[in-house]
Design a protein around this ligand. Structure first.
Ligand code: AMP
Length: 273
């Protein structure tokens, strides 16, 4: 595995490579969820590139940028063992300059759900993803369905900016008890981790209701909110895959999303039905 630190070095390295490239952007503190993206990229491409970049512009003031988990050495080992060819590990100074062009998330879909509680978050996400895609110029780029709104907005960006990368959404990987893997899970105390299971439990309950042909989204959301109590809920929403609110579940076109705070940790989860 080659570790590359600057955008120019990576561009030079890739200049004469005429192979399919699978790209997995991450913020580090790698876990099984990230590994599942890397494995999929490994299966579908000749070259696999992972980036580790804790992107400062997607964190709002007062969020956890400073205390975000860092495991640089372990991350390098994980990448190596997962068959990564190139690890791109840039410094912020090589990605951003003083007076920056930046992307603006769409006015509606960028400012609901996660974007409502974190208003400039998706501007930072789209800007860094655009930069990384331009540096790597991959054939396929892999993003987790766990961050459904992020995946949706990146897909919109790629379409609306006429970019040629193929965006691939990868299913959420969970621990045995249902908790979705997340770099932020390490913030949870033992008791909080137990409480956090209410999130996946509420989604499983929604799945069961839909299995019994209960398709009224209001009824589903009410039941989910009951299960989530007493967690501080940011949102529980049922949307179609264009991220529009729906009153009735549309089979094969529905995403149910939850964001809730467990202690001081915000956790996201969703299911695609
Ligand atoms: P992050 O490092 O949190 O920015 O995540 C990097 C990528 O991994 C994003 O595309 C996430 O959606 C994805 N990801 C995070 N957690 C999971 C998970 N549990 N299962 C699948 N993908 C995930």
């Amino acid at each position: 595995m080659t570790i590359v630190a600057t955008p120019q070095e990576l561009k030079d390295y890739l200049k004469d490579i005429n192979k399919s490239i699978g790209f997995v952007p991450t913020m580090g503190a790698l876990h099984e969820g990230h590994i599942s993206l890397i494995k999929k990229a490994r299966q579908e491409n000749e070259i696999v590139i992972v980036s580790i970049f804790l992107n400062p512009t997607q964190f709002l003031k007062g969020e956890d940028l400073e205390k975000y988990p860092k495991k640089d050495e372990a991350d390098k080992q994980i990448c190596k063992l997962s068959g990564v060819d190139i690890l791109f590990f840039p410094h912020a100074k090589d990605i951003y300059s003083e007076d920056e062009v930046s992307l603006q998330a769409p006015n509606v879909r960028g400012y609901v759900l996660e974007g409502a509680s974190r208003p400039s978050h998706f501007n930072g996400v789209l800007t860094v993803v655009m930069k990384l895609l331009n540096i790597v110029n991959p054939t396929n780029a892999y993003f987790g369905k766990k961050d459904a709104q992020q995946l949706h907005l990146i897909s919109l960006m790629v379409k609306q900016m006429f970019m040629s990368v193929n965006v691939v959404g990868v299913d959420t990987l969970r621990e045995k008890d249902g908790l979705a893997f997340s770099s932020r899970n390490i913030y949870l105390s033992k008791e909080e981790r137990q409480e956090a299971l209410k999130i996946s439990a509420s989604l499983y309950q929604a799945g069961r209701m839909i299995g019994k042909n209960i398709l009224d989204t209001k009824q589903i959301v009410e039941k989910m909110r009951e299960i989530l109590e007493p967690l501080e809920i940011s949102y529980v929403e049922v949307l179609n895959r264009d991220f529009e609110l729906i009153r009735h579940v549309e089979i094969s076109n529905t995403i149910i999303l939850v964001e809730a705070k467990v202690g001081s940790t915000r956790l996201l989860d969703n299911i695609w039905l």
